[in-house]
Design a protein around this ligand. Structure first.
Ligand SMILES: O=C(O)CCC(=O)C(=O)O
Ligand SMILES: [Fe+2]
Length: 866
C-alpha cells in the first residue's frame, strides 16, 4: 500500500469521527487496508501453538476481608509476589467490588460507544490534555497498522472530574466504579509493598496511586479477525493497571515467549504491573507485553484503570528510580531515575499505551525500538560523544542502515575506521556460544554479557530462542574494558580429537567456530561426541584476558579493528568468574544459581565443540547437570539400534553390518515399553502427522490413488518423503530449528539433503536435483516462538530433579557396549558415570523432544539384558 494512499485513508477514517464501530454498522465484510497487520499475520502463521495449559495466576482476596489473619495475609502476599515476578499479571476475585457495579460500568461503556454518532462525535479528539475524549486508535497516524478498537479516555484522578464533564450516559456509574477501584488499588499497593519486603505504606507514600487514568475500550466484532488485532502488543506505562473485561475474551499475555489467553472469569479483575513499577522495583516485578485479539463476535468491552504518577506541573519533575531498599551490591540499579512524564512520553502518542509492536523479523528494528524506549531508561552514563559501531556484512539482520540514537545526547555512527577516529565507547555484539537451552533467559544472558559494558538488548533471534548456536546481545562498551573478558579454553597442547576449537590457541571467532563445526560434520562422525573425551580431556587453562588487538581473525590490521572484533565478542567464563556472576544474582534468584553455575560450566566446556553431550558432574543429581536431549535421545538410540539388530537377519542386504553399533554378544535382547504413548512419540511420526494436518507437509502418493507416504524408517535413519515444495522445505527447516533450540545442539544442515525423485525415473535421471540444504532456503518467516515451558519446568521442578538422578544410572548401564565409527575405526564408548552419548539429526527426535516431559519419560521402562 503506497504511503500516500495509506495517509489519505487514515485521514479519511479519522475524519468520519465514527470509529471502527461504523464499519460494522455499514456491514463491511472486508477490513480496510489500514487495519491489516502484516506483522501479526506473519507471527500467527509461523508461531507454534501453545500446547501447555497455562494461565495467569488467580488470587482470592476473600480472607483478606472476612478472615484477615496474619497467616492468610502472608499467603496472599506470597502469591502476589510470585505472580508479579513470574507473570506481571494476575486475576483477583472477592476483591470487594460487586458484580453488579462491574456489570453496570461495562454496560455504561457500551452505551457510550453506542450513542448516536452526533452525540458521540462531540467527544472525538486527539488532544490528550483533555479530561474526557474519545477516538479510534490513539496512535492512528504513527502505528504501522490500525487496531480494531474505539476508546473513551478519562482522567479520573488525582482530582475527580466534575460530574458534568463526564458523558451523561455513564457518568454516575463511572464515578462510583472509580471510587471503588481507587480504594482497591490502595489495598493492592499495600500488599505489593509487603511483597517487596517494604513497609505497607511505601508505594502509597511514593504517590503511586495518585493519578488515575482510564481507557474504556469497545472492540466491535471483526469480519476478518485473522488479519488484525484489537490492541497491539504493548506494555502499560504506569505503576499498576486494574482491568475489567467482559465475557468475550481475547486478551493475551506474553509469558516466556508464549501468548497466553487471559480467560474471562466472572467477578474477576485483572491486575498487571506497569513499566514504572518495573523501574522502581528494579525489575523485580515485571511489566509484560499483552495484546487483544480481534474476534468475529462482539462488541467486547473492557475498562482499564491505570494507577500512575500525577503528571501536572507541580509533580512533573518528580523522579522515580529503583527503590533504594531493594538495591544491594549484588543487585545494583539497572534503571536510571526517570520522571513519570518521561516514561509516558516514551510510550508514544498515548498517555498510557503502546511502546510499539515487537518486530520479530527485524532485529535492528527491535533494537532501535528498545533503544528508543526501555533502554533509554537504562544505563546511567550519558555522554555527548557519538557511539560508533560497525555493521557486520556477514549477517543481514545486523545491518543498520540509519542512525541510531541511544539517548538524546548520543547518536550512533556506523561503519567507521578505528584508525580514523578517536572514540571512547563502541556498540558491541556479544555472542555466548553453545549456551545451554535452559539458560536462554535474558537475566542470565545479561549477567554474562555485563562483563563487557552496559547491556542494551538481547537480539530478537536470541529472545525467541531460535538461535541454536549462540545467544547474542548488543551492548554499549566503554573503550578500555577488554574486548574479550576471561576467555577460557583448553590450551592447544591439551586438545584432543573431537575438539573443534580454533587450533590457534587464541580465541575463535564465531565464524571460525561454525566453519569448523561444519568441517567436523563432514568427517562422518559428526553425530558423535564422547562424554568421556569431554570430561577427561578438557582441562581448564588459566583464564586469559585478551587484548583488543590480539583478538579476532588473523589478517586484520591491528590498528583497524575487524568486524569480528568490533561487532562480536565471545564471552567465556572461568570457574572464579562464574561464581562472581552468581554473586551478582539477587538473593531471590537462589534457585537459579545452581543452574547458572552448572550451565556456565557447560558453556565453557562445550564452546566451539559442535555437538556435545555431557553431564557436568560425576554424579549428576539435578536436571541442569544434563542436557535435555540426552534423555529422549538415548532411549531413541537404543530402540533404533535394537530394532536394527532384529531386522538384520531378515534384511541382510539392506542393513549393513555397521548399522547396529552394539557389540555382538553384548547386544540388546529385549525392549519393553510400558506406555504406548512413548512408542507413538518415538515412532509415530507425531511431528509429521501434525505437519500434515496443518498443511505444512504434503506427503507423496507412491501410485495413483495409493496411500500417501510421509516417512520411512530405515535402520536407524529417518527418510522423509514429500513433494518438492517450499512449504515442505520450510517444514524441515522449522523442525530442525526447533530441534536446535530445544536441544541446544546444532544440526549440520550441509549433511542433510533432499532429492527430487521426480515423476519418472527418466525425468529424475535427467534432472537429478540434489536439493540445496534446507539452510539455503531463505526463511519466509521470522523465527518461531517455541514453547520453552517444559524445559524451564525441568529446572524448577524438584520432582523432575530427583527423577533425573534416578534415570541417570539406568541409562548409563544401557549405554555400555556402544561403539561409534570415527576416523576409519570403531571406537568403544566407555560407560562413564553419568555420561550419555548423543546422536542428533533425526527429525524423530524433535517431536519426541517437543512432547517430552518428565512424567512421560518415566513411562519409558526400557529393560535391556546383556
Ligand atoms: O482490553 C483489554 O483487555 C486490555 C486493555 C489494555 O491492555 C490497555 O488499555 O492497556
Ligand atoms: Fe494494557
Amino acid at each position: 500500500m503506497a504511503e500516500c494512499d495509506r495517509k489519505t485513508e487514515i485521514q479519511a477514517f479519522d475524519d468520519t469521527k465514527t470509529g471502527v464501530k461504523a464499519f460494522i454498522e455499514a456491514g463491511v465484510q472486508k477490513i480496510p487496508r489500514i487495519f491489516i497487520n502484516e506483522q501479526y499475520i506473519l507471527e500467527k502463521n509461523t508461531t507454534s501453538a501453545c500446547r501447555f495449559e497455562l494461565s495467569i495466576p488467580m488470587i482470592d482476596l476473600e480472607c483478606l476481608i472476612n478472615n484477615p489473619t496474619t497467616r492468610n495475609r502472608c499467603e496472599i502476599i506470597d502469591n502476589i509476589k510470585e505472580a508479579c515476578q513470574e507473570w506481571g499479571f494476575f486475576q483477583i476475585v472477592n476483591h470487594g467490588i460487586s458484580q453488579s457495579v462491574m456489570n453496570k460500568v461495562l454496560e455504561g461503556v457500551r452505551q457510550f460507544h453506542e450513542l448516536e454518532n452526533d452525540l458521540k462525535k462531540q467527544y472525538y479528539s486527539r488532544d490528550f490534555k483533555k479530561k474526557v475524549l474519545y477516538n479510534s486508535n490513539f496512535d492512528l497516524y504513527q502505528a504501522p497498522s490500525a487496531n480494531w478498537r474505539d476508546t473513551l479516555y478519562l482522567i479520573m484522578g488525582p482530582e475527580t472530574p466534575e460530574p458534568e464533564e463526564l458523558p451523561e450516559i455513564c457518568r454516575d456509574i463511572m464515578m462510583e466504579y472509580s471510587k471503588q477501584v481507587k480504594k482497591l488499588g490502595l489495598i493492592l499497593f499495600e500488599l505489593l509493598s509487603e511483597a517487596l519486603g517494604l513497609n505497607p505504606n511505601h508505594l502509597k507514600d511514593m504517590d503511586c496511586a495518585e493519578g488515575l487514568y482510564v481507557t474504556a475500550h469497545y472492540y466491535p466484532a471483526c469480519p476478518e479477525p485473522d488479519l488484525t488485532l484489537g490492541l497491539t502488543n504493548h506494555t502499560d506505562s504506569g505503576f499498576l493497571t486494574l482491568l475489567l473485561q467482559d465475557q468475550i475474551g481475547g486478551l493475551q499475555v506474553l509469558h516466556k515467549d508464549l501468548w497466553v489467553d487471559v480467560p474471562s472469569l466472572p467477578g474477576a479483575l485483572i491486575v498487571n504491573i506497569g513499566d514504572l513499577m518495573e523501574i522502581i522495583t528494579n525489575a523485580k516485578f515485571k511489566s509484560v507485553y499483552h495484546r487483544v485479539l480481534a474476534k468475529n463476535v462482539g462488541p467486547r468491552i473492557s475498562l482499564a484503570f491505570f494507577m500512575r504518577p500525577h503528571l501536572q506541573e507541580s509533580s512533573k519533575s518528580r523522579l522515580y528510580g529503583p527503590i533504594k531498599e531493594l538495591l544491594s551490591e549484588e543487585n545494583p540499579a539497572i534503571y536510571r531515575e526517570v520522571t513519570g512524564e518521561e516514561v509516558v512520553a516514551l510510550h508514544g502518542g498515548s498517555p498510557m499505551l503502546e511502546d510499539g509492536q515487537i518486530e520479530q523479523n527485524d532485529c535492528s528494528e527491535e533494537i532501535r525500538k528498545s533503544i528508543s524506549y526501555r533502554q533509554k531508561l537504562m544505563g546511567k552514563t550519558k555522554g555527548k560523544e557519538p557511539i560508533r559501531f560497525k555493521t557486520d556484512g556477514l549477517e543481514n539482520h545486523d545491518k543498520i542502515d540509519e542512525l541510531w540514537s541511544l539517548n538524546e545526547h548520543q547518536e550512533m555512527v556506523s561503519n567507521f575506521k578505528a584508525s580514523e577516529h578517536k572514540f571512547t565507547s563502541v556498540i558491541t555484539w556479544v555472542r555466548i556460544p553453545e549456551l545451554a537451552v535452559e539458560l536462554y533467559q535474558p537475566k542470565i544472558i545479561y549477567s554474562v554479557a555485563k562483563c563487557l559494558g552496559i547491556p542494551i538488548k538481547i537480539d530478537q533471534a536470541t529472545f525467541w530462542a531460535s538461535r541454536g548456536k549462540f545467544a547474542r546481545r548488543v551492548g554499549h562498551k566503554k573503550n578500555g574494558c577488554a574486548l574479550v573478558v576471561n576467555i577460557e579454553e583448553c590450551s592447544s597442547s591439551e586438545k584432543k580429537e573431537g575438539d573443534v576449537s580454533d587450533g590457534t590457541g587464541g580465541v575463535s571467532t564465531p565464524e571460525t567456530t561454525s566453519e569448523q563445526e561444519q568441517v567436523s560434520g563432514q568427517t562422518g562422525a559428526r553425530d558423535f561426541f564422547f562424554a568421556s573425551n569431554l570430561s577427561s580431556n578438557l582441562k581448564y587453562g588459566e583464564p586469559r584476558i585478551m587484548e583488543t588487538q590480539r583478538c579476532g581473525r588473523g589478517g586484520d590490521k591491528a590498528s583497524d579493528l575487524s568486524v569480528g572484533e568490533m561487532s562480536h565478542c565471545l564471552v567465556g567464563v572461568n570457574r572464579d568468574r562464574h561464581f562472581k556472576l552468581e554473586a551478582r544474582l539477587s538473593s531471590d534468584e537462589m534457585v537459579r544459581q545452581e543452574t547458572v553455575a552448572r550451565g556456565l560450566v557447560n558453556l565453557v566446556m562445550s564452546r566451539g565443540r559442535g555437538w556435545s553431550i555431557n553431564s557436568l558432574v560425576d554424579n549428576p543429581e539435578v536436571i541442569s547437570s544434563f542436557r535435555p536431549i540426552s534423555f529422549c535421545n538415548v532411549a531413541y538410540k537404543i530402540v533404533t539400534k535394537t530394532i536394527t539388530s532384529w531386522l538384520r537377519p531378515m534384511m541382510k542386504d539392506t542393513v549393513s553390518p555397521f548399522q547396529n553399533s552394539f557389540i555382538s554378544g553384548r547386544g540388546t535382547r529385549m525392549i519393553t515399553f510400558s506406555s504406548s504413548k512413548s512408542l507413538s512419540v518415538l515412532f509415530g511420526g507425531y511431528m509429521i502427522e501434525e505437519a500434515i494436518t496443518e498443511g505444512k507437509w504434503n506427503p507423496v502418493a507412491m501410485c495413483r490413488g495409493g496411500p500417501k507416504l510421509s516417512h520411512l524408517f530405515f535402520a536407524d535413519d529417518l527418510i522423509l518423503t514429500a513433494t518438492v515444495s517450499f512449504s515442505n522445505a520450510w517444514a524441515i527447516k522449522d523442525t530442525l530449528d526447533k530441534f536446535c533450540y530445544l536441544s541446544g545442539l546444532k544440526v549440520n544442515l550441509n549433511n542433510r539433503s533432499g532429492r527430487d525423485i521426480g515423476a519418472t525415473t527418466a525425468t529424475s535421471a535427467r534432472r537429478p536435483r540434489y536439493h540445496r540444504s534446507s539452510r539455503d532456503i531463505a526463511a519466509p518467516h521470522p523465527p518461531h516462538n517455541y514453547p520453552r515451558v517444559s524445559l524451564e519446568r525441568w529446572n524448577r521442578d524438584g520432582r523432575s530433579c530427583s527423577d533425573a538422578a534416578a534415570i541417570a544410572p539406568r541409562l548409563r548401564t544401557m549405554i555400555g557396549g556402544l561403539q561409534v565409527y570415527r576416523d576409519n575405526q570403531w571406537i568403544d564408548i566407555q560407560p562413564l558415570a553419568g555420561s550419555f552419548v548423543v546422536n542428533i539429526g533425526e527429525l524423530l527426535q524433535v517431536h519426541a523432544q517437543k512432547q517430552f516431559n518428565f512424567t512421560d519419560s518415566l513411562s519409558f521402562h526400557l529393560s535391556i539384558y546383556s
